[in-house]
Design a protein around this ligand. Sequence first.
Ligand SMILES: C[S@@+](CC[C@H](N)C(=O)[O-])C[C@H]1O[C@@H](n2cnc3c(N)ncnc32)[C@H](O)[C@@H]1O
Length: 267
Amino acid sequence: MTAFTVSWNIVSKHLRRRPPPVVALLLQVAAIPPALAIALVLHSQHYAVTLVSLAFLCGLIAALLSHLFGLAKWWIPIQLLFLPALAWTLSLDLSPTWFLIAFLILLAVYWSTFRTQVPLYLSSEKVWRALVDLLPPATPGKPITFMDLGSGLGGVLAHLSSARPDGRYFGVEVAPLPFFWGWLRLLRKHNCEVRWGSLWDCDLSQYDVVFAYLSPVPMEQLWLKAQKEMRPGSTFISSTFDVPDQRPQQTIQIDDMHRSTLLIWHL
Ligand SMILES: C[S@@+](CC[C@H](N)C(=O)[O-])C[C@H]1O[C@@H](n2cnc3c(N)ncnc32)[C@H](O)[C@@H]1O
């Protein structure tokens, strides 16, 4: 093994332990010296190197490094276009206030996605309808209880509460703007309650059905929590993201745009 391979493996191992946005940023920085070196060579050969072409060169190298260091494939176009987009935006000479406003809006929508790696995207109406069929039958005097972990804009809860008014529907959402949107949407629904907070602070023993549409990242830890807290006879449903090494007892393929699958475990 050469010294280069050894150093590459060490760097690669260290990078893989860090959150992907940090790795992406480090690779952007790492792309600058080789891009500058290439630009200097081109300049010495009398080629005109503009700021935009330099930004593209950095983007190209950052995209290549991202591929080599195993970032998910959707990072590649982001890495490629990040610096050119930055150079283009700066050329518009906008007031810094616009950048602050855009940053605050994105922060309110995505909040801790940087850490949780669970962004906001919404499940389809077809998923909502399939969930109605998965609710347990009504029992007189005992309303069913349903929890949407990461309730987003409250669409799941709003639909279930209209379709099965005999139930009680709860949600927890960590990002402030989606939480506020969901809270407003559900304000007039007497059988819905959405809370601003982390799903990790929820006691899952309260619910007959727990639903999660998150990302692959938290599924293993969430499964351990569900197993520890959920009552026998209750149901855990994950949309699209499976639990490593845990075969669901039932799966339902949804014919929607995302090709969602509902994975169902009866505890
Ligand atoms: C993919 S969206 C699903 C939204 C909604 N459940 C639906 O099906 O349309 C996931 C949501 O979980 C939220 N989220 C991520 N981590 C969370 C956490 N630890 N606690 C609460 N919410 C979280 C995100 O902010 C995002 O709104």
